[in-house]
Write a protein that binds this ligand. Structure first.
Ligand SMILES: [Zn+2]
Length: 321
């Protein structure tokens, strides 16, 4: 694929993915430690593209000293084990569960999504499709997280770069910010052409409460309004030059979606699955996990502003206005 070459010590490298989202961007950053932000999906095609792009920049994969993850999704955290053992993997501590999948991971994951399916009112035929939620994981890396970073930290070996926690799209999502010129590497937190899905994830920290990713996401968007950002490099597609103009538009669009969901609840009670079918009639079967996440996000939002309530009957939640 392609690289733009270095601009202020950052080179954008675009790789293809096997996912509907299309290409993913990873970034080579020069500093005291040569760093790659994100690692593309675990495919031979992406590896050939990455090594080709590195060569055109005058480097090889063996020159990379650390990989810093914006989040654990397989299009971003795939090719970790293709790098030598000496390459440090750096990211939010929550990455560890996903990139180092063990027995505990599968236990928590399977139980969580089965229960979520019951609570969402999924019929038996759809409950049995839940194991398919894990199929994208085949392009996800399998490697230990070496260095956990958090809000306010400086990136190791990159003293100009600060860590900003931007949870929502993933429970591990971080963005990286260079104060001197206001450049941000925003992962999937901000994208020029789409809103990222607020994906539901199991709590791997031993808790039982699920997070509310759309509410987290909105908070993480609002957080960026207080930071002077000159330009944001994104995980997919082109840069966002005016982040502060885009954020209010995204928030309004989400409110409009929620309004539509509220309309579906006027005069009748519905399960998550009922609403999901109404919102995504042509894709809910094929993309059950993603469409359920999006639906639950809107319902969490309406609940948070007091527009709707839910009640449990048998195993499922019924929502009403
Ligand atoms: Zn993602």
């Amino acid at each position: 694929m392609s690289t733009t070459g270095f601009v202020d010590n950052i080179a954008k490298i675009t790789l293809s993915t096997p996912y509907a989202v299309g290409d993913v961007n990873v970034y080579l950053i020069k500093g005291d430690v040569l760093s790659l932000v994100d690692a593309g999906p675990l495919t031979d095609t992406a590896w050939a593209q990455l090594t080709g792009a590195l060569a055109s920049l005058g480097y090889s994969a063996g020159d990379i000293e650390q990989i810093i993850l914006t989040h654990h999704h397989p299009d971003h955290a795939g090719m970790l084990q293709r790098f030598s053992e000496s390459v440090k993997i750096v990211g939010h501590k929550y990455n560890q569960f996903w990139i180092n999948r063990d027995e505990y991971f599968h236990q928590v994951y399977d139980r969580f999504f089965y229960e979520l399916g019951l609570e969402s009112g999924l019929p038996e035929a759809f409950l049995s499709a839940i194991p398919k939620f894990k199929s994208p994981l085949k392009y996800m890396g399998n490697r230990n997280l070496d260095d956990a970073i958090k809000e306010g930290d400086t990136l190791p070996g990159l003293s100009e770069w600060k860590v900003i926690e931007t949870l929502g799209h993933a429970q591990s999502h971080l963005s990286f910010y260079r104060e001197s010129d206001g450049v941000m590497i925003a992962g999937d937190h901000i994208l020029a052409h789409i809103s990222p899905n607020p994906i539901i994830e199991p709590p791997f920290d031993g808790g039982t409460e699920r997070s509310k990713p759309l509410l987290q996401y909105n908070d993480s968007l609002k957080k960026l309004m207080h930071i002077p950002i000159s330009s944001a490099y994104t995980g997919h597609g082109k840069e966002v030059e005016d982040v502060h103009a885009l954020i209010p538009k995204r928030l309004v669009k989400q409110e409009e979606r929620a309004e539509a969901v509220l309309g579906m609840l006027q005069g009748k009670q519905q399960t998550v699955f009922d609403i999901c079918k109404l919102l995504f009639p042509s894709v809910y079967k094929k993309e059950l996990g993603l469409t359920l996440s999006e639906t639950i996000g809107q319902l969490d939002y309406l609940e948070s502003i007091g527009s709707i309530r839910k009640e449990k009957q048998d195993n499922a939640y019924y929502y009403h206005a």
